[in-house]
Ligand binder design. Structure first.
Ligand code: SF4
Length: 386
C-alpha cells in the first residue's frame, strides 16, 4: 500500500484549549462499539459517568451533549476529561481521528484533514508555499486495498484531479482565469464521462497540459463581460438559501452576518459594490489562500465522483465555497479596519466547512438549489466569479 497526503497533513497538532472553535461542541459525537465496551470496564465514579452520558437509544451510540451542545467531558478549562483520566487510548474513534480524513482507493491510502478545524484552515493558509503531496510506501498498514467498481473511471478521475490541481497552482495566471479553466475542464471531461468515453476524457485532459491551449482560452476569457447586478442578485439569493446553516452554529460568520446584513441594513450589493474591488487589491498578494482552498477541496472531493461519475459537481461546490468565503472575508476586513487576519480567515474557512462538509443533508440541499435554479451551468459560474 502507498500513502498519499498533502505536506500539511503531518504538520497538524491539535491546539487543545487554545482552539477558538473547539470540536467538542456543536456536533454529534458518536461512540463506536469497541470504545463503549472499554468504557463499560472502567470502574468507579468516572466509569459510571461515562456510561450515564452515552445515549444508546438510536442506531448509533453518542455522547449526550449539554444544553450548550457541549460534550459532557469537555471541562471548564476546555480540556477532555476522558483524555485526562484514562489517556488517549480511551478516546472514541471519532475523537481520535478528527480532523483527519482517510480514504482508500485501490492500493492508495489518501490522507487529508478537514477545514472545519480552524487549526487546519490556519495551516492551509498561513504559508504561501505551493501545496505539494507526498507519496510514501506503507508497509504496516491496517488498511486493505479497496476494490473499485470502475478502474477506468478511477484512472480518469486521478488524471483530471492532477490536471485541475496543476492548473490551479499556475500562479502566473490570474486566479479568475484559473477558476474558469478548471470549470471548462470539468465540464468537458464530464461530457465524456456521461458517455463513459474514458478515452475521449483522457485526450481532453492531455490537451490541457499544452500551454498554447491554455493561452487560447485565456484570450477568450478576456472578452467576458461583467454583470454585477446578476452576480450580486445570485450571491444574495445564495446567502438567503444557506445562511440558516451558519446562524447560531458558526459563531464568527453568524456574528458578521447579523452585524452587517441584518442590523446595519447593508446588502450584498452595497457591500460588494463599494468594497469588493478595494478588498481584492488589498488581498492581491494573498491569492494563494484561495488557491490552497481549491487545491485542498479538489484533492479531498474529486474522487467522490467514483460514486456518481459527477466531477463537475465537485468543481461547482468548490466555486460556491470560494464565493461564500470571499464575501465573508470582505465583511471581516471591513469589520477590522480593513485588515484580514489569518485567524479570522481561518474561522471563515472553518465555518464554511463546518456548515457543509459534515452535513450531507445541507450539502445535498445546496446542490439541489443550484440545479433547480440552473446555477451550475458553465456560463453562470463564469459570471459569478468575475
Ligand atoms: S477543532 Fe481542531 S484544534 Fe480545535 S480542539 Fe478540535 S482538533 Fe483541536
Amino acid at each position: 500500500m502507498k500513502i498519499l497526503k498533502p505536506y500539511y497533513y503531518d504538520k497538524f497538532t491539535c491546539i487543545g484549549n487554545k482552539c477558538p472553535n473547539t470540536c467538542c461542541k456543536g456536533w454529534r459525537i458518536t461512540v463506536d462499539d469497541a470504545t463503549y465496551k472499554a468504557y463499560k470496564d472502567v470502574e468507579g465514579t468516572f466509569g459510571k459517568q461515562l456510561i450515564q452520558n452515552i445515549d444508546c437509544e438510536g442506531k448509533v451510540k453518542k455522547f449526550i451533549l449539554d444544553s450548550d451542545m457541549k460534550c459532557p467531558f469537555l471541562n471548564d478549562n476546555l480540556l477532555c476529561d476522558i483524555y485526562i483520566n484514562l489517556g488517549e487510548e480511551f478516546m472514541c474513534r471519532t475523537c481520535k481521528v478528527y480532523p483527519r480524513v482517510i480514504k482508500v482507493h485501490a492500493d492508495v491510502i489518501e490522507q487529508t484533514l478537514t477545514l472545519s478545524c480552524p487549526e487546519v484552515s490556519r495551516l492551509l493558509i498561513s504559508s504561501n508555499k505551493v501545496i505539494d503531496f507526498k507519496l510514501e510506501e506503507e508497509t504496516h498498514s491496517v488498511f486493505k486495498s479497496a476494490k473499485t467498481m470502475d478502474d477506468a473511471l478511477l484512472s480518469c478521475l486521478l488524471h483530471v484531479r492532477s490536471l485541475i490541481i496543476d492548473i490551479m497552482q499556475k500562479r502566473h495566471i490570474k486566479l479568475y482565469y484559473r477558476q474558469l479553466l478548471i470549470i471548462i475542464i470539468a465540464d468537458k471531461v464530464q461530457t465524456s464521462l456521461n458517455k463513459k468515453d474514458y478515452n475521449e476524457a483522457e485526450v481532453i485532459i492531455q490537451r490541457f497540459y499544452h500551454e498554447d491551449i491554455i493561452n487560447l482560452y485565456i484570450e477568450q476569457f478576456k472578452n467576458i463581460k461583467e454583470n454585477k447586478k446578476v452576480k450580486f442578485d445570485f450571491i444574495s439569493k445564495l446567502l438567503e438559501q444557506i445562511i440558516s446553516c451558519f446562524l447560531d452554529k458558526d459563531k464568527y460568520i453568524s456574528q458578521l452576518y447579523k452585524k452587517y446584513l441584518i442590523d446595519s441594513g447593508m446588502t450584498i450589493e452595497s457591500i460588494l459594490g463599494k468594497y469588493e474591488e478595494q478588498f481584492d487589491q488589498y488581498y492581491e498578494s494573498h491569492q494563494y489562500v484561495y488557491e490552497n482552498f481549491y487545491v485542498h477541496t479538489i484533492f479531498r472531493y474529486c474522487l467522490d465522483a467514483l460514486d456518481d461519475g459527477d466531477i463537475s459537481k465537485q468543481v461547482v461546490l468548490a466555486n460556491i465555497g470560494y464565493i461564500i468565503i470571499h464575501v465573508f472575508d470582505i465583511i471581516s476586513w471591513m469589520d477590522n479596519n480593513k485588515e484580514l487576519s489569518i485567524d479570522n480567515q481561518s474561522l471563515i474557512m472553518g465555518g464554511f466547512s463546518f456548515a457543509f462538509e459534515h452535513n450531507p443533508i445541507k450539502f445535498n440541499a445546496l446542490n439541489e438549489f443550484l440545479e433547480k435554479n440552473n446555477l451550475s451551468s458553465l456560463a453562470f459560474q463564469a459570471l459569478m466569479l468575475t
